[in-house]
Ligand binder design. Structure first.
Ligand code: TRP
Length: 339
């Protein structure tokens, strides 16, 4: 294990535990993690401290969500032996490093981050922003750099996070010593962004309630797909329909294996003569096939709370060891290693 840590490049990735994960998380990031887990030392952060920045009154929800997220990870094939999966709050070194970084950045610089800007709007924080929430982009920089991550897989909307990280790394290295911190690189996901929602909104998101969850029951999946947004101008079967911006086809592209059949359906849909009921029926079939093995595995895993607990404990211990090494290096560079 030590050998791997030394020789393989490092990836850092993770999620805020605020609830179970949906198929947008799967195609946007979980799939990438499964692909990367053999080649890299992959750290997966379950960012509970970050989740608390806008859920401070509800820590029980976060605690519950950690378990849900773990079940999602393991049931889609994230391997607990190949990855270091850990809970952010169990690594206090991250919080310490965050405080040190906060001295290297201006409030106006954080406010310019497009991600935080849109989240402030979305959450109605314009008038009063919780201070912890406002600085979470900086704690995210600590999440990445404390593990000497070389690579951070992100969607296009998360690129500013890596830019912020590189700025802090450069500032730190310039002041305290050239080679203290490693500059991370963004690895852009091939699918571009996350999946659209079942309501046609450009992003599937928990707060918009437009997601299909990896843990949804077969009945729920049928209901959700039956009510899915398609092409609003496709009123009669004979009308020509649009494939672009039609989430039914986006999902088919992502999860369907019979590419020929999908291409054929697209052709007929655009020509007119293919109804929404037919394409939805096929999508139901495709999604049930995709989610069936995940559901079975989830059910098995949910019986064994201790197993999940153990994975997190071992992962957090390992992560702490690595974080401590970096923090020592940082404090030494800064001359605050007093005793
Ligand atoms: N912000 C990410 C999310 O919303 C979670 C996260 C926390 C993260 N720290 C990170 C992702 C560091 C990548 C790198 O899910």
């Amino acid at each position: 294990m030590k050998y791997h840590l030394l020789t393989k490049k490092r990836v850092l990735t993770g999620d805020r535990p605020t609830g179970p994960l949906h198929i947008g998380h799967y195609s946007g990031s979980l799939k990438t993690r499964i692909a990367l887990q053999d080649k890299y030392t992959q750290f997966i952060i379950i960012a509970d401290m970050q989740a608390l920045t806008d859920n401070a009154i509800n820590p029980i929800k976060i605690r519950h969500a950690i378990n849900e997220v773990m079940l999602d990870y393991l049931s889609v094939g994230i391997d607990p032996v190949k990855n270091i999966i850990f809970i952010q709050s169990m690594i206090p070194q991250i919080s310490e490093l965050t405080i040190l970084y906060l001295n290297l950045v201006n409030i106006s610089r954080i406010a310019r981050n497009p991600t935080i800007k849109s989240e402030i709007q979305q959450k109605g924080f314009e008038k009063s922003i919780p201070a912890g929430f406002f600085i979470y982009p900086i704690s995210q920089v600590a999440d990445i750099t404390i593990f000497d991550a070389d690579i951070v897989p992100v969607g296009i909307d998360q690129v500013p996070m890596i830019e912020q990280a590189c700025e802090i790394v450069d500032t730190f290295n310039n002041i305290y010593g050239k080679n203290t911190l490693i500059r991370p690189k963004a690895l852009l996901s091939k699918n571009g962004n996350r999946l659209p929602g079942i309501d046609g909104h450009h992003k599937m998101s928990k707060s918009l309630k437009n997601g299909i969850y990896l843990s949804d029951s077969p009945d729920k999946i049928v209901k959700k797909i039956k009510n899915m947004y398609t092409d609003p101008n496709h009123l009669h079967i004979s009308d020509p329909g649009k494939v672009d911006g039609n989430p039914v086809f986006t999902y088919l592209d992502q999860f369907g294996t019979d590419k020929k059949k999908i291409a054929n359906m697209k052709y007929h849909y655009t020509q007119g003569g293919l109804g929404d009921v037919t394409i939805k029926k096929y999508l139901i079939e495709v999604m049930q096939d995709f989610l069936f093995p995940i559901r079975i595995k989830r059910k098995q895993l949910s019986k064994d709370k201790k197993y999940i607990q153990d994975i997190l404990k071992i992962g957090s211990e390992k992560a702490q060891e690595e974080a401590e090494k970096t923090l020592k290096r940082v404090k030494n560079a800064m001359n605050i290693d007093y005793f």
